[in-house]
Design a protein around this ligand. Structure first.
Ligand code: 6GU
Length: 254
C-alpha cells in the first residue's frame, strides 16, 4: 500500500517509524511518504494560511500549496491503477469505524490531508473530487475537537495498516477483536495463576476447549451489554435463544 500524509508538521508523524508500522515500511509492505504543503509556497514567508472570507476567528489554509502537494502525490503514483482515496481528517466528517478501516485497508493508495486551524479552503476538497482525481472522504475519529488532523491520521493509519495482509504479527488475533464482529473482546489473563490474592476464572485451567470458547463468548456478550448496549441492540436479532437467555439472566441479576 502507498500512503501519503500531507502536513505542515511532519514531525507529528514520526511515531510511524516505530513498531509494526515501522517494520512494515522497512519490509516494503507500506510505502509511506510524509510531505509538507509549505514546500509548495512561493512567497518569501512561505505562507500556508490566511484570514477567512466573511470574517471570524482563526485562519484558513490556502488552497494552492495544498493542491500542488496533492498533485505531487498523483505524479508519484502513476503506474498504480486504482484511483487514490483522499482522506481529510475533520470533526465534521463521517465517523471512523472498523468497517471503514477494513474498506480502506483494501485500497492501493491513501492520501491524508491534515489541516490545521479552521481547516483547508473548501475549494481544494471540491477540486480533488473533480474529474475523479481522488475519491474524497471527510472522516472524524470521534465527537471531540483536536487542533489538527495529524493525530487523527495517526489513529486511522494504525487501524488501517494492521489490517493489511502481512503486517500484523498474528492474523488470527484479528478474528475475535472488539468491533470486528459487533462484540467487545473477552478479558485476557496470563501467568501466574494466583496474583496478589486474585485467581483466574477456573474454566481457563480446565483444558475443556468448548467450555473455554463458550465462557469467552459469554464474557463478550456480558461486556458488550454492560458497556455498549447500543452495539448489542444492532446484533440482537442474530443472537441464538441461548445467548438471549444468557443476557436476560444477567439483567435479572442486576
Ligand atoms: Cl479527524 N480532526 C480534528 N481536527 N478534530 C477531530 C477529528 C479530526 N476527529 C475528531 N476531532
Amino acid at each position: 500500500m502507498r500512503l501519503d500524509v500531507l502536513t505542515i508538521f511532519p514531525d507529528y508523524l514520526s511515531p510511524l517509524d516505530l513498531s509494526l508500522i515501522g517494520k512494515a515500511r522497512r519490509d516494503g509492505h507500506l510505502d509511506l511518504r510524509v510531505s509538507n504543503p509549505r514546500d509548495y509556497t512561493t512567497d518569501r514567508h512561505h505562507t500556508v494560511d490566511d484570514t477567512p472570507y466573511g470574517g471570524g476567528a482563526g485562519m484558513v489554509m490556502k488552497a494552492e500549496p495544498w493542491a500542488q502537494a496533492l498533485e505531487s502525490t498523483l505524479e508519484g503514483s502513476s503506474g498504480i491503477g486504482e484511483r487514490p482515496v483522499l482522506i481529510v481528517p475533520s470533526p465534521a466528517g463521517i465517523p471512523f469505524t472498523q468497517k471503514i478501516a477494513r474498506d480502506l485497508a483494501a485500497r492501493e493508495h491513501l492520501v491524508f490531508a491534515c489541516g490545521r486551524y479552521e481547516g483547508i479552503d473548501q475549494r481544494v476538497v471540491e477540486w480533488a473530487a473533480d474529474d475523479g482525481r481522488f475519491d474524497v472522504e471527510l472522516i472524524s475519529i470521534g465527537d471531540y475537537v483536536l487542533n489538527g488532523g495529524e493525530v487523527a491520521a495517526l489513529v486511522m493509519i494504525e487501524a488501517i495498516a494492521r489490517l493489511i495482509p502481512g503486517i500484523i504479527g498474528n492474523p488470527e488475533s484479528l478474528d475475535e477483536e472488539s468491533h470486528e464482529d459487533g462484540l467487545l473482546e473477552y478479558p485476557a489473563y496470563t501467568k501466574p495463576a494466583e496474583w496478589r490474592g486474585r485467581g483466574i476464572p477456573e474454566v481457563l485451567l480446565s483444558g475443556n476447549h468448548a467450555a473455554i470458547a463458550r465462557w469467552r463468548y459469554e464474557q463478550r456478550l456480558r461486556r458488550t451489554s454492560e458497556v455498549r448496549p447500543d452495539m448489542l441492540e444492532k446484533l440482537w436479532d442474530s443472537l441464538s435463544k441461548k445467548d438471549r437467555d444468557y443476557l436476560d439472566s444477567l439483567r435479572g441479576r442486576h
